[in-house]
Design a binder for this molecule. Sequence first.
Ligand SMILES: [Zn+2]
Length: 148
Amino acid sequence: MLKEIGRNDLCWCGSKIKYKKCHESFDEKLLWYKTQGCIIPPRKIIKNQEQIIEIRKSGKINTAVLDFISEQIYIGMTTEQIDHLIYEKTVALGGIPATLNFEGFPKSVCTSINDQVCHGIPSSDVLLKDGDIINIDVSTIYNGFFSD
Ligand SMILES: [Zn+2]
């Protein structure tokens, strides 16, 4: 599966770079892992340099939104307000909140408080109390690339 391409052929990943200068050594590494009994990822989830650059841009927006929201949190705030701020900031930075409408999820962020492990849905009924621990799980789509 991994060796049907010539070293001087263009790489299978779409980079327009010769295979030997692009993914050949990566594929050899995967082949070695396969011989060790490891499950190796399908090529469709392996990204090229251009795609990785876009993923990194998405991640930078995501990190900026996290930094932003961490400065906005206060006692008495609702998780709905957090959701609104996340939406506005993500869009202002050129992204789309990845959770919004993902498999029916109605909000732009997951807000999970105290013993709620994850996937809390922001609500105007949920107010932050002194001592609460909140997990704000931000994820972003930028130019079709996801970060979480
Ligand atoms: Zn490649």
